[in-house]
Design a protein around this ligand. Structure first.
Ligand SMILES: Cc1cc2nc3c(=O)[nH]c(=O)nc-3n(C[C@H](O)[C@H](O)[C@H](O)COP(=O)(O)OP(=O)(O)OC[C@H]3O[C@@H](n4cnc5c(N)ncnc54)[C@H](O)[C@@H]3O)c2cc1C
Length: 416
């Protein structure tokens, strides 16, 4: 069906876009404004497990929650994002942040084989032994090369875990931000530990997860657990990865959204200054109209573990092999009249963070595609060698450049 669709759009010279979960807020990344063809993959929802439960065959219309639910039913977990509603293929092609990346690598590193429909409608498989250059390129290279119709993906033995979620009083930032930096340092000694922080001027939420059940609170989290929270949203719990994903997947209200991504080295002082800047950026105009920083500490092992998971083939992202932090800045607005104001606040916050992180020698070049804004040059941020490879793979597998010329939008290598 998808191959037939590609041959029709190429013959007609029609614009097209590809959509899995439709969560990417960048304009025309997964939509065509009514002027072209949308490949909506939602009905490609087959999902099966290998007889030993270690590999899942995933139709690319599935969501992260579908994958987690099936893996959970056999005492394993899916390597997916934290939210059950996000599409598995868009997330995977962008790299994919996941709960235990120091043990599993990025989401994309757990794909053992991609089935892809290319621009000439042919169908190929890309894995560690066949079309290896395409296998590397797809892992971080997004929608540049073809439409992925099936992911064969490892399930993870990490099933039973420990977690807690708490909120802090925003005015306590001189306590919780340094504690976050300490926990991030502790993650280097204990790769089972991970922390995910969401901070707006109105709410500060901190989720702590540990890759096995715990009788007592894991030591790595002491700096944050020793603080007085505003509220305990989820008490310390021995549960499952799927259970945690469900807890973290609150319904998303219909809001305007715009994103921006930054990668930097960890620094308690910078985290404090960054949050002060967020507060100074202006009072929120409504409960859901605000800027939010999603702070995702990334351990030094993510890159090497990921390459190992993928049979020795590195992904395209050039993830630093030292402790660093992916930070996304999310602007949300309830009323369209606030769009310009929120867009400006997002850009101002990004400029402040970029300037000050660079000045303090903390800024890193790599941008995380799944958090990046359409105006950010994600493919070039992976470095000159990686970009040259992505361009070469695009020319080799799509000589007519269908995905560069007819696709409505994306982090396209032809624009990098
Ligand atoms: C609430 C929420 C939680 C999130 N949590 C995480 C997280 O934990 N980890 C993380 O990494 N990211 C996370 N994200 C970001 C998310 O991964 C990106 O927005 C991603 O692009 C969404 O993928 P999707 O399939 O839902 O989106 P879509 O908008 O459908 O697709 C995104 C892009 O991928 C392309 N694409 C999708 N499927 C295919 C395919 N099969 N073949 C070729 N191209 C394709 C589309 O053309 C589009 O350019 C989250 C986003 C939200 C809104």
């Amino acid at each position: 069906m998808v191959a037939k669709g590609i041959s029709i759009v190429t013959e007609a010279g029609s614009k097209f876009a590809v959509r899995n979960g439709g969560h990417n807020p960048n304009v025309n990344f997964a939509s065509v404004d009514g002027n072209g063809v949308l490949f909506d993959l939602s009905q490609m929802d087959t999902l099966t497990l290998s007889s030993d439960n270690t590999i899942m065959h995933i139709g690319t219309g599935n969501k992260g929650g579908d994958v987690q639910k099936m893996a959970d039913s056999v005492g394993r977990s899916g390597v997916t994002g934290v939210n059950t509603g996000v599409g598995i293929s868009g997330l995977t092609l962008g790299g994919g942040y996941t709960l235990f990346s120091q043990l599993n690598g990025l989401v994309t590193d757990n794909v053992v084989s991609f089935e892809v429909v290319l621009g000439d409608s042919s169908i190929v498989n890309a894995n560690a032994t066949s079309n290896t250059d395409l296998y590397k390129a797809l892992r971080g290279g997004g929608n540049n090369f073809g439409i992925v119709t099936r992911l064969d993906m490892k399930t993870s033995p990490i099933h039973n875990i420990w977690y807690t979620i708490m909120t802090f009083d925003p005015t306590d930032y001189e306590k919780f931000m340094p504690a976050l930096a300490q926990v991030q340092a502790n993650m280097e000694k204990d790769p089972k530990a991970n922390v995910y922080f969401l901070a707006s001027a109105q709410e500060v939420e901190c989720a702590l997860f540990y890759a096995e059940p715990a009788g007592a609170n894991p030591d790595a989290f002491a700096p944050l657990l020793n603080l007085t929270p505003l509220e305990v949203a989820a008490p310390p719990t021995n549960g499952t990865v799927y259970g945690l994903a469900q807890v973290m997947s609150v319904p998303e209200p219909a809001l305007g959204r715009m994103l921006s991504s930054i990668d930097q080295k960890p620094s308690a002082d910078f985290y404090v200054a960054m949050y002060k800047q967020l507060l100074a950026a202006g009072a929120p105009t409504g409960t859901k109209t605000d800027l939010t920083l999603a702070i995702k500490p990334m351990g030094s092992r993510v890159s090497s573990v990921g390459t190992k998971q993928a049979g020795g083939v590195p992904n395209s992202l050039n993830v630093p092999a030292f402790s660093h932090t992916w930070i996304s800045i999310l602007a949300q607005w309830q009323d369209d009249k606030d769009k310009d104001q929120m867009t400006k606040r997002l850009k101002d916050m990004n400029s402040w963070m970029t300037y000050n992180a660079r000045k303090s020698n903390l800024l890193l070049p790599t941008l995380f595609a799944n958090d990046a804004g359409a105006d950010q040059n994600v493919m070039a941020s992976y470095g000159a060698d990686s970009l040259a490879n992505l361009k070469a793979v695009s020319k080799k597998y799509d000589p007519a450049q269908v995905f560069q010329k007819l696709q409505a939008n994306g982090f396209l290598v032809s624009k990098a």
